[in-house]
Design a protein around this ligand. Structure first.
Ligand code: VG1
Ligand code: CO
Length: 543
């Protein structure tokens, strides 16, 4: 048997973060680096032996090479069947669906999500388990610990598999299935949403502009929006996946989706403008001259999801990540459904989803999803909005304004301070952690601190505890400041400051977010001293 055992050494000096292992591409290109990590997964998860494994990626630079390595190592480690997306493509939500559909024991998606690609950019791997959810913190720690003592890895040395040609081939004792990356996912979407209604909506002349940002969602969007829903050809732009994402930053937000924002702000703007990220799990939603923040999108979907066939019977539960605005809390309260606040990272929703206690959940980082898969799902969110627009007969601004009139509006912004030194990052975080208890009861320009803590999550399903998930300063319902350390950055320390302000006065609901949040931003600086401690006068990015 041409299985070779190759000596390796510990490469991984830092634990993987919020969503898998993400590093500079050059780090991944070191000989044995990826192999070391993959072998650690195979060793820690014996369930992969004799089972099915799903492999794909977002198409970025180095994707094809990583996929070939993963296939050869799966063969050498006794995986019975490998399912690979043709051309090496699978979006994160499509991979989650395939794992569920084909009863796979796990999946690898090669991606660094919304981070730029290329030799100078980032690369990564998201590892999922049976059921389609990403590895838990505990399992990830085990894989990491194992990688520190791994002495060798196994790889099959055989002919190169042509991943561009659909069909089934054998490599050693393993069956390799190269499949259409879109088909099963598109069928799932068609089973959830009212495609007839949406098709009729397009026939009436309503317009969509979806920006795939030259990343993985292009082929998915073309099949779903153009072929299955009959939207005009110009509804999908930047649809061809490129290894460097066209030199862009496939991050669907107001900073990086400029072209789309321009279209949404134009006089003849489409009814809905939307975008997704590198691996297809994020979404940006814009109406004509209207930005729907992710926290608002989640709340508005929660309030209207009954219009979508798959959710007609109502919602089992709602959840949001801790820094996401509390807009959805109000919908949960009014409708009386179960509600959860979880730490940042989709994996924390998975136990609740598996336990049937959650239907819809979301994060402020442009992530929304439901119990149909175990990942956030960009195209799902766009289809949910399309379905609601088509069925309600209302426009984005009518829906948004009605929502804000009823529930109030949570103005929100996230200020990212990227690539800080470890020392500066620690100074800010430790400094704030120490002052937290003393803040309670203090008044800042009329806003009184009701509570201040270091967020700790007790998983209601398995009882596990996640500590140090971010520092929260709570000014009652009115406002909130959150500060946490990013777990996905690839250079230095990234701090994220989250600002939230509730407005219920009817004539204050359609104001500019930056202006509305300026006083709270000033309070945040007085409390956190970010500018003072780091010398950064302004954030690197505001979303
Ligand atoms: C960020 C976001 C988080 C998201 C994660 C993965 O993590 O804040 O909400 O789940 O990225 O997104 P962090 O730790 O850097 O704040 V994706 O599109 O890579 O799966
Ligand atoms: Co992503």
């Amino acid at each position: 048997m041409p299985i070779r055992e190759i000596a390796t050494r510990p490469y991984h000096d830092q634990e993987p973060g919020t969503a898998g292992l993400r590093r500079k591409t050059a780090v991944f290109q070191q000989p044995h680096y990826l192999e070391n990590f993959l072998q650690s997964i195979f060793n820690v998860e014996p369930a992969l032996r004799d089972a099915t494994l799903v492999i794909g990626g977002d198409g970025r630079y180095h994707n094809r090479k990583a996929i070939r390595t993963a296939i050869a190592m799966a063969t050498a480690n006794g995986v019975a069947r490998v399912i690979v997306g043709q051309g090496g493509f699978l979006s994160t939500p499509a991979a989650s669906h395939l794992i569920r559909l084909r009863n796979a024991a796990g999946g690898f998606v090669f991606t660094a999500s919304h981070n730029p690609a290329g030799a100078e950019g980032d690369f990564g791997i998201k590892y999922s388990r049976a059921g389609g959810g990403q590895a838990s913190t505990e399992l990830t720690e085990q894989i990491f610990a194992h990688s520190r003592k791994l002495a060798s890895y196994r790889i099959f040395e055989g002919p190169e598999i042509d991943i561009d040609r659909r069909g089934t081939v054998r490599l050693g004792a393993t069956e390799i299935d190269i499949i259409d990356c879109v088909e099963d996912y598109a069928a799932l979407m068609q089973s959830l949403f009212d495609f007839d209604r949406i098709r009729a909506w397009f026939k009436h002349g309503h317009r969509l502009r979806f920006d795939a940002m030259h990343a993985v969602t292009g082929p998915y969007a073309k099949q779903i929006f153009l072929d299955r829903l009959g939207a005009p050809a110009d509804s999908v732009v930047n649809a061809i996946p490129l290894e460097d994402f066209g030199g862009g930053h496939p991050d669907p937000n107001l900073t990086y989706a400029k072209e789309l924002v321009r279209a949404a702000m134009a006089k003849d703007a489409p009814d809905l403008c939307a975008a997704s990220d590198g691996d297809g799990d994020r979404n940006l939603i814009l109406g004509p001259r209207l930005f729907i923040s992710p926290g608002d999108s989640l709340a508005m979907l929660a309030a209207n999801l009954k219009l979508v066939p798959a959710y007609r019977d109502g919602l089992k539960g709602l959840a949001r990540s801790m820094p996401t605005t509390r807009a959805v809390d109000r919908v949960a309260r009014e409708s009386g459904v179960e509600f959860h606040e979880t730490p940042t990272g989709w994996k924390f929703f998975c136990n609740l989803l598996d336990a049937g206690r959650l239907t819809l959940c979301g994060e402020e980082s442009f992530g929304t999803g439901s119990d149909h898969v175990r990942e956030k799902d960009g195209l799902w969110a766009v289809l949910a909005w399309l379905n609601i627009l088509a069925t309600s007969g209302r426009s984005m601004s009518e829906l948004a304004e009605a929502h804000w009139q009823h529930y109030g509006r949570h103005y929100f912004a996230r200020h990212d301070y990227e690539a800080l030194t470890q020392a500066d990052g620690d100074k800010v975080m430790n400094g704030l952690a120490e002052t937290l208890p003393g803040l309670i009861g203090q008044d800042f320009d009329g806003l009184a601190v009701h509570a201040a803590d270091d967020f700790e999550y007790h998983d209601p399903v398995d009882g596990s505890v996640a500590m140090h998930q971010g520092l929260r300063i709570d000014f009652g319902d009115e406002a909130r400041i959150v500060l946490r350390r990013s777990g996905t950055g690839t250079s230095g320390v990234t701090l994220r400051l989250y600002l939230e302000r509730l407005e219920t006065r009817p004539d204050e609901l359609l104001r500019d977010t930056t202006t509305k949040l300026a006083p709270l931003a000033a309070i945040a600086e007085r409390i956190t001293h970010i500018a003072e401690y780091t010398g950064r006068k302004t954030p690197s990015t505001i979303t």
